[in-house]
Structure formats: structure tokens, C-alpha cells
Design a protein around this ligand. Structure first.
Ligand code: AMP
Ligand code: MG
Length: 395
């Protein structure tokens, strides 16, 4: 059997980082920056008031209370500015440019709020409540490095330096395709021998959570020809494909039967539990990576976490490797098959303990949904006593 590490290494050696493209900011959330973003001007671009109040010469308010004539009103966005002379005040709003001659802002709270004249009750230091040009960013400064993931605040600074479009590595488009003659759509009645398709929902959501755009394709039954037809139709819009089901040792394994003859997808046994049968390779003219995951709901999800998630990171241009683990103490003793790395579903608590959930079968979807961690039991360990420490992958 192939080791989990060897399988992941093969996958990461095959998938390619997506080529950069230029996107409108509205479409850039969750993408990876592929250029340096540079500020063309300083930020703020000009000295401006940090508060609503009065721009003054601080020397004029060194003895208080003092009453000064208000010679002008400046709102944010004002472009016609009167310079202030000795003994003058200008009513000013937050973000409005500082008038020439003024060296401080007196917050409105320290005044009577007057409009013709203003009485000021507190002295101010020079520079009070002024935001200086370039205080946030200097002109020419790099504000974001390539490789940064673009979240809301990164979008903010890109817009804040005046950019409308940006070069990014896009979110990978991943088509999820469930196979199984027993599957019916949730929301429709179950006939004899049928189950509701859950994997395609889990996997599509897992793709989204991993920074990709997941698309749920219509489920196909167990006919290899129909599977190939659907795969072909979906390939045009996919950077990667995930299939579920149809890769085991039984009869009616459409994914394996359809893809094996191509010679570009390998079906192997990986030394893990759950999730032993795995297929991986490339399909189509563009050599689109395909992850053929086993159909049991827990197996397909664990396989996603171990193999697809790191692959999506690589496609996004991010550092990719095995899932990060934390150390935890296992509550209760656990058993694990010899020679296979097992991933038990558990609940990781704040006190550093992890408790395996009840129901460790690879079909036990409810148990999986109650877990927040996978407890990793190495290949050579068949039994762990209660309280032993183990590595845990957070879900
Ligand atoms: P397979 O890998 O196709 O042999 O399927 C293994 C088990 O997983 C069977 O019990 C299937 O009914 C179940 N299964 C396969 N695909 C799905 C799916 N999309 N949603 C829920 N269960 C599935
Ligand atoms: Mg099946």
C-alpha cells in the first residue's frame, strides 16, 4: 500500500499553481495577490483633521478661555481653502484638509460650538488632531506583497491606493461530481434502496472553505459511459475535478472503469483509514487534475482534507503541505489497524483533550458532523491508552 505522505507528495508534484489574471476588485476576494501593490501617492494624500472642531494656530489658544472669529467652514472634500491669519479659527470636519497657517485642531467638545465666533476652553499642542500626509503610507511604498491572500482589509488597501483592477491567482474552479445509482437529490422522496446524495454538498462546501469555487454537477449513476459524458461536459469550466464513489473493488465502479483505460489516472490503495481506495491523475487536453475519492461520506471528506485541500493551496500559489496538527491528550483508549494511518473523528476541547466521537464508521455522517478534529494515529500504533498524546487536525 502507498503511504499517505507519498500520495500527497505525488499530488503536490502534479498540480500546478494557476496562472495570474487581472480581476476587478469586486471579484478578487479570496484570490492570491500576484503582484506588488504600490501606493502612487502618500496616504493620507494631504494633512487633514482627525476630528470635528476648529483649526487654529496653537499660539492663539495658549491662554483660555479665548474667543476667536470663525472665518470659514471646511468640510471633507473642500478644495477652496482660506489660509488662517493670527487670531482666526476655521470650523473644520473630520477628513477635511488643514488650512494653511493652522497648526492644530481644537475638538468641538472643548468649545462652545459657535459658528460666527468660537469660545475655546482648553489649550492645544501644535499638531493636535492632525493626520499628516504619508502617516499611513509613503508614496512609492509597497503596501501588499505577492502571495498575500486577499481578504476584506486587503481589498480595502488596494482600493485605498486607487486601484480598480489587480493581478491575482484566481480561486480554483472545482467541479464536484457524485456517482452512485442509489443517490437521489435531497428534497425528493427516497425510493427503496436509495439514499440522499450528501457528499457533493460536503465537498463543494469544503472547496469553498479552502479558497476555491465549488460547483456541484448533477449526480451520475453507475454507468461509466454516462460518467465520461458528464466529466467531458464539466471539464471546460474546471481547474480541478473531484468525484465521489465508484473507485472501490466491487462491481459497478464507474469512475475506476471509465478512467483506468485513459492511463492518466491511477487507482491505488493508500494506507489510511478511512479512505483507502484513492484515484488521482489528470484528464482532458488541459491535464486537469482529478481527485477520485471514495464514496463513503467520512472517507471522502477525510480524503478531501488530506489531499485536496493542500492541492488547492498549491493551485492558489500558497505554501502547501500536510495538514497542520496540534498536540492533544486522547480521552479513553483507542484502537487502530496495523499498517494504516487512521483519522478518528473527535471533539477537541479547550483544555487540550480530544474525545473520539461515538460512531467511527466511515458511513457515520452524523458522528462526523459532531466532530471538530481528526485524531491521527500513526501506522505502527494499534492501541493508544487513555491520556496518551496524539496529533490532531482541526476541522
Ligand atoms: P462507493 O465508493 O461508490 O462504493 O460508495 C461507498 C458507500 O458510500 C456506499 O454505501 C454509497 O452508497 C455511499 N455513497 C456514495 N456516494 C455517496 C454520496 N454522494 N452521498 C452519500 N453517500 C454516498
Ligand atoms: Mg458507488
Amino acid at each position: 500500500m502507498k503511504s499517505v505522505d507519498a500520495h500527497l507528495a505525488e499530488i503536490l508534484g502534479t498540480v500546478r499553481t494557476l496562472a495570474p489574471l487581472e480581476l476587478e476588485l469586486e471579484r478578487a476576494l479570496g484570490t492570491t495577490l500576484a503582484e506588488e501593490v504600490v501606493a502612487p501617492v502618500p496616504l493620507p494624500p494631504f494633512d487633514n483633521s482627525a476630528m470635528d472642531g476648529y483649526a487654529v494656530r496653537s499660539a492663539d489658544v495658549s491662554a483660555v478661555p479665548v474667543t476667536l472669529p470663525v472665518i470659514d467652514d471646511v468640510a471633507a472634500g473642500s478644495d477652496e481653502l482660506r489660509a488662517i491669519g493670527p487670531g482666526h479659527a476655521v470650523r473644520i470636519m473630520t477628513g477635511a484638509p488643514m488650512p494653511a497657517g493652522a497648526d492644530a485642531v481644537v475638538p468641538v467638545e472643548w468649545t462652545d460650538g459657535g459658528t460666527a465666533t468660537v469660545t475655546i476652553s482648553r489649550t492645544v499642542q501644535p499638531g493636535n488632531a492632525i493626520r499628516r500626509a504619508g502617516e499611513d503610507v509613503q508614496a512609492g511604498q509597497v503596501v501588499l506583497q505577492p502571495g498575500s491572500v486577499i481578504g476584506p482589509t486587503q481589498l480595502g488597501i488596494i482600493a485605498g491606493v486607487g486601484r480598480r483592477r489587480v493581478w491575482v491567482r484566481p480561486r480554483p474552479r472545482v467541479v464536484v461530481l457524485s456517482t452512485g445509482a442509489e443517490l437521489v437529490e435531497p428534497g425528493t422522496p427516497l425510493g427503496p434502496g436509495q439514499i440522499w446524495d450528501s457528499n457533493s454538498f460536503t465537498l463543494t462546501a469544503a472547496v469553498r472553505e479552502s479558497g476555491g469555487d465549488g460547483y456541484r454537477a448533477a449526480t451520475v449513476g453507475d454507468d461509466p459511459a454516462k460518467f465520461l459524458e458528464q466529466l467531458d461536459a464539466q471539464l471546460v469550466r474546471a481547474d480541478a475535478i473531484i468525484t465521489s464513489g465508484g473507485v472501490s473493488m466491487g462491481a459497478y465502479e464507474p469512475v475506476k472503469e471509465a478512467l483506468s483505460p485513459l492511463g492518466t489516472v491511477r487507482f491505488e490503495k493508500v494506507a489510511m483509514q478511512p479512505g483507502m481506495p484513492q484515484g488521482f491523475g489528470v484528464v482532458g487536453e488541459d491535464q486537469v487534475p482529478i481527485f477520485a475519492l471514495p464514496g463513503n461520506p467520512v472517507s471522502s471528506f477525510v480524503s478531501f482534507m488530506l489531499f485536496v485541500r493542500p492541492a488547492l493551496r498549491k493551485m492558489r500559489g500558497l505554501p502547501a503541505g500536510p495538514s497542520e496538527t496540534v498536540n492533544a491528550h486522547v480521552v479513553g483508549s483507542v484502537r487502530s489497524p496495523a499498517g494504516r494511518r487512521s483519522y478518528l473523528r473527535g471533539v477537541l476541547a479547550g483544555d487540550g483533550t480530544v474525545t473520539p466521537v461515538h460512531g467511527q464508521g466511515s458511513h457515520q455522517l452524523a458522528a462526523l458532523s459532531s466532530a471538530n478534529a481528526l485524531i491521527v494515529i500513526p501506522e505502527d500504533i494499534t492501541e493508544l491508552p487513555s491520556g496518551a498524546s496524539a496529533q490532531v487536525i482541526r476541522l
